[in-house]
Design a protein around this ligand. Structure first.
Ligand code: XMP
Ligand code: MG
Length: 186
């Protein structure tokens, strides 16, 4: 990865990525999402449950934009190897918080096939919450294979691999402030 803070083509491991969504566009979409959630949760204290590691940038920027009271918690799942979903979701770290009677909002960096989301929903569904909503920064409708309704989507993207703003390609690229899309031969 070289000169990663400039908006031009970059190489990560063996693949080339092109600038795709700027931080300004991301920030605008996040602000809109924060206000929408606040309108629905003005009168309660929701718990935002982030899925590590990919959600770190989105979660911290989202929280700065959320104008009401809230709590946060995290869990860690693993489903990807390289640029392909393995279809197998592994819990690496469970949520260390009692969610009984709470309004929970799942915060995802990206919903691709929906495998991770379905597993996450199954875990949270056993925790006697008052409600569960799903919020995601990025959503790939062409790749999504599940029936769960996604309540809040910041940005909808085509079925192409992306990195940056928390998202990685085999560990690298998470610290890029903007989102980059894989460059494929036409
Ligand atoms: P699924 O297929 O389970 O995928 O919905 C969800 C998880 O896989 C990762 N993922 C990606 N990571 N660029 C990435 O850097 C992508 O385009 C991408 N698509 C899926 C991500 O961790 C997500 O939570
Ligand atoms: Mg993730």
């Amino acid at each position: 990865m070289d000169e990663s803070y400039l908006m031009h083509e970059i190489k990560i491991h063996d693949k080339v990525f092109i600038p795709y969504i700027t931080f300004e566009e991301i920030d605008y979409a996040i602000k809109r999402m924060a206000n929408t959630i606040y309108e629905e949760h003005k009168n309660d204290v929701p718990v935002f449950v982030g899925v590590l590691n990919g959600v770190v940038m989105f979660m911290s920027d989202f929280l700065k934009r959320y104008p009401g009271e809230c709590e946060i918690s995290f869990l860690k799942l693993k489903s990807y190897e390289g640029t392909e979903s393995t279809g197998k979701v592994e819990i690496v770290m469970d949520i260390p918080m009692d969610l009984t009677g709470r309004h929970v909002i799942i915060m995802e960096d990206i919903i691709d096939t929906g495998n991770t989301l379905q597993e996450l929903y199954r875990i949270l569904d056993t925790k006697n919450t008052k409600s569960i909503k799903i919020a995601t920064l990025l959503y790939k409708p062409e790749a999504y294979k599940k029936n769960l309704n996604i309540d809040l989507i910041a940005l909808t993207i085509p079925d192409k691999f992306v990195v940056g703003y928390g998202l990685d390609y085999d560990g690298l690229g998470r610290n890029l402030p903007d989102i980059y899309q894989i460059k494929t031969e036409e």
